[in-house]
Design a protein around this ligand. Structure first.
Ligand SMILES: Cc1ncc(COP(=O)(O)O)c(C=O)c1O
Length: 370
């Protein structure tokens, strides 16, 4: 008998590329026509799978740029045949990675004076014109140069005609929560741009805004916006792209007092229908959902009972009396009239939707819907 399936364990993430394209369209519609869009696909496209998401964006013609966190992430995209310009958003260290960035046609971020000097060396060695974006620190406290250091870096780069400053950017820390602080960051950034202009550095791409800033603060849109969250449908007003699904693999009814899971942290108070689902913390589904989360079964919300194991969890399926082995379970997504969003799931364990989707490990196959 020929075995044709690669995946037998019925746990998977559905990634709806049509929804992703729709979100790109919606996002673009809300931006001025001339504003370019850099789609952030770092962290394996927030767990959605970077090569497929990047290809969908490229084919749709709705993204002008892609953003990754490291050279490694950029190389994966180049090897998958992605031709869009790719900005490496992270600070490049060790500095040899500048060489690799240039080799693979990735645009590096220069976030320190030291790295500006190293990029000049790389350009000289390669004897090839290199582009970069300067990163300005305005209040995120992560990576980036003070305005004075940026001016110094721009001068260093200008000495070497092989290096062009194509962009100057910053990043907001509270665009979704503190409009005053965001406005202050924007003010500091514009001051840095003015300092750079006085030193003769005027970059064609000035950018600052992530999803929240681009949608809430029109003044932050500038030449290019850098959404991630909204394109994955993890921001209000956009269509969720990822659903996490599994199936019931074992079903039983237990008497009052029965213990469920490691540590016997759950005891049945009544006769309880218990469904076992093959999803655990080795799939990236946090153990913090133990006795707290919910999943959809038979169109009903069913509580997670007991501790999450490495490979399985249990649901109180009493609310879904018709449930059978093989029935679909939705952990994130829609079933019937019910839905659990990544944001709702994140709130249960006091985290953010970014962490919920990026946490999903390689053991969870991604099924792409076109
Ligand atoms: C530098 C930078 N720009 C843009 C984004 C996209 O942010 P969001 O997913 O909130 O739109 C990120 C993500 O963290 C980032 O680090």
């Amino acid at each position: 008998m020929a075995i044709t399936r690669r995946f037998f364990r019925p746990t998977w993430a559905e990634v709806h590329l049509g929804a992703l394209r729709e979100n790109l369209r919606r996002f673009r519609r809300r931006m001025p026509r001339a504003t370019k869009l850099l789609f952030v696909v770092k962290g394996d496209a927030y767990g959605h799978g970077a090569p497929r998401c990047a290809r969908a964006a490229q084919q749709s013609g709705l993204a002008d740029w892609l953003g990754v966190s490291s050279v490694e992430e950029g190389v994966v995209l180049r090897e998958a045949g992605i031709r869009l310009p790719i900005l490496v958003l992270g600070s490049l260290y060790p500095f040899e990675s500048f060489l690799a960035a240039v080799e693979f046609g990735l645009t590096p971020t220069v976030a320190s004076l030291d790295s500006a000097r190293r990029l000049v060396e790389v350009a000289r060695r390669r004897g090839r014109r290199v582009r970069c974006h300067l990163k300005i620190e305005t209040g995120m406290g992560r990576i980036g140069m003070s305005p004075a250091a940026a001016v110094e870096a721009a001068r260093t780069l200008a000495e070497e005609r092989l290096v062009a400053v194509e962009g100057v950017y910053t990043h907001f820390s509270c665009a979704d929560s503190d409009s005053k602080f965001t406005a202050e960051q924007l003010r500091r950034y514009k001051q840095a741009l003015a300092d750079l202009a006085r030193a003769g550095c005027v970059a064609p791409l000035r950018h600052a805004a992530n999803s929240a800033a681009a949608l809430r603060l029109p003044a932050a849109r500038l030449d290019l916006v850098r959404p991630g969250l909204a394109v994955y449908g993890l921001y209000p007003g956009f269509v969720p792209v990822l659903s996490l699904k599994s199936k019931v693999v074992f079903l039983k009814t237990v008497p009052p007092g029965a213990a469920i899971g490691y540590g016997a942290t759950f005891r049945a108070r009544r006769r309880t229908r218990v469904a076992t689902v093959p999803l655990g913390y080795a799939d990236g589904f946090s153990r913090r959902y133990s006795n707290r989360g919910e999943a959809l079964l038979g169109g009903r919300r069913c509580p997670i009972i007991g501790n999450i194991s490495m490979d399985m969890l249990m649901l109180d399926a009493t609310a879904a009396p018709g449930a059978r082995v093989g029935d679909e379970v939705v952990i994130i997504g829609k079933q019937g009239r019910e839905a659990i969003t990544a944001a709702q799931a994140a709130a249960v364990v006091d985290t953010i939707p970014y962490e919920v989707t990026t946490a999903l490990t390689g053991r969870v196959p991604r099924a792409y819907l076109l």
